[in-house]
Ligand binder design. Sequence first.
Ligand SMILES: [Zn+2]
Length: 115
Amino acid sequence: MNYKNFQYPLETEYLSLAEQLKNEMLINHLKNNTTEINTTDLNDLIVMAKSSFIPNLFDMAIRLEKVDAAVCSFKLGMYGLCADCEEEIEYSDLEQDPAQPRCQSCREHSRYHHV
Ligand SMILES: [Zn+2]
């Protein structure tokens, strides 16, 4: 399976999301200035954004986390494999969302269990 064409869009989305998140955190005064934000680890910013409960910021952080995981899985050579069962994720699902971390059956499964 060739996943190469998903890598660039994911990396691009990752970088632009990281910028958006930083801007949004400045606007919401979670950090005082750009220097402070750029010296903070991005993972810490994500945690902070999630615990802020500002809806916009929360969604951005969740998405960034998901995209980050997908970008990392490329580096590990694990891209396209389900995070739960390690089976291949349906190609059409990756076309819809290249950051999709789970196969269809695991998504069904977790949906069923979370209802
Ligand atoms: Zn699965």
